[in-house]
Design a binder for this molecule. Sequence first.
Ligand code: ATP
Ligand code: MG
Length: 137
Amino acid sequence: MERTLGIIKPNAVRKNVTGKILAMWEDAGFRIAGLKKVQLTKAAAGGFYKEHEGKFFYEELVNFMTSGPVVLVALERENAIAENRRLMGATNPEKADAGTIRKVYGDSYTENSVHGSDSPESAARELGYFFNVFETL
Ligand code: ATP
Ligand code: MG
């Protein structure tokens, strides 16, 4: 079993499709090991996206990620990291395959509805960033 961090981003929370996205994960065989809704501060979002600091889209990304609540999800299944990347689809929703979460709920490159960890190292860092040991069961 492998775990990955999913985030339902502010545009999707605003559209009131949190439950529908959680259902897409469950229907794809993921178990929800941890779940919470939070309002990120600039510091929290900036630290989370530290690898992108200095890139042209960083400020817009941090502004967007703090524009409203997000839902943090610890997801578990076999091959969870790769399977979630597949289920989410391409970063740019316009390029995402039919049936993927970003194709269905993404609005733009920045407002692409969900995040998913991209490697075992990222998953460990990101899960530890947002969840303590009592919160993933
Ligand atoms: P995420 O990390 O959110 O799961 P990703 O791994 O597919 O997405 P990254 O390269 O890690 O993509 O970029 C992080 C986020 O930054 C993207 O989800 C997107 O919202 C934003 N982003 C990345 N590249 C661009 C870009 N060229 N223009 C606008 N926003 C971008
Ligand atoms: Mg990424």
